[in-house]
Design a protein around this ligand. Structure first.
Ligand code: UD1
Ligand code: CA
Length: 451
């Protein structure tokens, strides 16, 4: 049994009023098209076909692992599916069709739809929902015996038809051979479009029963046509993600103020405090305390860490790290086990060995710091001379006195010490004490003439 999927993503999304194609607007950190793709993929066993048109190049760059077909002119959803015919004809027994602007549709729901069609003697099944607010959706008309008769688009519906409260969600499963023929039989609408929804009437004419799977969760059907819908989708997805983590053993003190993107993982018995943002590819181990007021992006955090009111990006924290409040890790910061980093510290592109203590007001960049080093308050690695970055190396068990300036490139030996306020411009050997300020006028700077 070959089950293919087609995702429609060629529309302009005019109502978004955006230079970014609608499909690439993000919902919980992922382009909405990506969410739609994941749902389709789980129910199909073939590479999904994505129909692109508006902003095709941008969309093609943003999404991987799919086959793209281009719909040059957007002549409607029926016309869009037709563009996939060459790619799929003879390749599939069934074809799932979904719309790229419906990020909340669950994989299980698409599976239900496929299961319904596998049992249907007719040629197609579709998802419907019963709702008071029709949101511009197509209306489902049923025959007196309860079988599906037609989908009537809002633009062409009569006043009585507008009263119908069963709505077309916009997800279908077709018998492939029948679909390719039916698409060519769709008549152009008064608005000049070929509606995919007209396939229902074609099936009925062919005497083939149309199967409807009625959804009870309206939330899954949120379609994004403007930025109000985008915010609704974001809120619904956020709630869903938070619930998934809570059911997996994560404590979330206040879900409404906890923002976890779709690709993040959090271990059991971790506690997330309010106003915390976990973004990108962040992973958090077990038994951590994260937040409040923390932003963490693309960062790997081990077990039993504490991150309190801090900002982290592209960093690695091994087990038992304790940091904050007001600490900042920039890309390439790697804190070994049990590192302690207190307030107003910044680390980038540096390794801090196990047990390093950096309590107050420090900047560490392009540095490699051995185990159990103490970085005194106000220590700075002067890693940039205005042209290039240079490295600082500190051996294990060294003690860097308060307010030390480490003028890179420079190496401090193991167990060495620097006195308070030292300005270190030359390497300090192992076990040595270095003090003092070498700063003195050595040459007149040349003035650069402005052009
Ligand atoms: C569509 C359905 C409607 C359903 C609603 C659910 C049709 C005719 N109508 O209406 O019954 O209730 O979705 O959300 O199908 N697209 C293309 N090429 C085109 C036109 C559209 O790829 O030529 C894509 C769009 O990018 C979008 C999807 O198809 O992802 C749906 O198009 P849209 O214009 O949003 O349809 P709706 O008016 O929402
Ligand atoms: Ca839509």
């Amino acid at each position: 049994m070959k089950i293919a999927s087609v995702i429609l993503a060629a529309g302009q999304g005019t109502r978004m009023k955006s230079s970014l194609p609608k499909m690439l607007h993000r919902v919980c950190g992922k382009p909405m098209l990506q969410h739609a793709l994941e749902a389709a993929r789980s129910a199909s066993d073939q590479t999904p076909v994505v129909v692109v048109g508006h902003g095709a190049e941008q969309v093609q760059k943003a999404v991987a692992g799919v086959q793209f077909v281009v719909q040059e002119q957007q002549l409607g959803t029926g016309h869009a599916v037709m563009q996939a015919e060459n790619a799929l004809k003879g390749q599939a027994d069934y074809v799932i069709v979904t719309y790229g602007d419906m990020p909340l549709l669950r994989p299980e729901t698409v599976q239900k739809l496929v299961d319904a069609q596998l049992k249907n003697p007719g040629s197609m099944s579709l998802l419907t929902v019963i709702a008071e607010n029709p949101r511009g959706f197509g209306r489902i008309a049923r025959h007196a015996d309860g079988t599906v008769a037609a989908i009537i688009e809002e633009a062409v519906a009569s006043p009585e038809q507008l009263q119908l409260r069963e709505l077309n969600v916009g997800a279908y499963c077709f018998n492939a051979d029948w679909l390719w023929g039916a698409l060519h039989r769709i008549q152009v609408s008064p608005k000049g479009e070929y509606y995919l929804t007209d396939t229902v009437e074609i099936a009925v004419k062919d005497g083939l029963p149309v199967q409807a799977v009625v959804l009870d969760d309206m939330e899954e059907t949120i379609g994004v046509n403007n930025r109000i819908h985008l915010a609704e989708a974001e809120a619904a997805m956020r709630c869903r993600i938070n619930q998934r983590h809570m059911l997996n053993g994560v404590t979330i003190i206040q879900p409404e103020s906890t923002f976890i993107e779709a690709g993040v993982t959090v271990g059991a018995d971790s506690v997330l405090w309010p106003n915390t943002y976990l973004q990108g590819s962040t992973t958090i181990g077990n038994g951590c305390q994260i937040g409040p007021d923390s932003h963490i992006r693309d960062t790997k955090i081990g077990d039993a860490c504490r991150v309190f009111k801090s900002v982290l990006e592209g960093a690695v924290l091994e087990d038992g790290v304790d940091m904050g409040p007001f600490a900042r890790l920039r890309p390439g910061a790697h804190l070994g086990k049990h590192v302690h980093m207190g307030n107003f510290g910044e680390v980038k592109d540096s390794y801090l060995g196990e047990g390093v203590k950096m309590g107050h007001f420090s900047y560490v960049g392009n540095a490699t710091i051995g185990a159990n080093v103490n970085i005194g308050a106000g220590t700075i690695t002067c890693n940039y001379d205005g042209v290039k970055k240079s490295p600082t190396v500190i051996g294990e068990d060294a003690f860097i006195g308060s307010d030390t300036m480490l003028v890179a490139p420079v190496t401090i030996g193991a167990r060495a010490r620097t006195g308070a306020g030292a300005i270190v411009t030359k390497d300090v050997p192992d076990d040595m004490l270095a003090v003092g300020m070498p700063a003195r006028a050595i040459k007149k700077l040349e003035r650069k003439l402005q052009e």
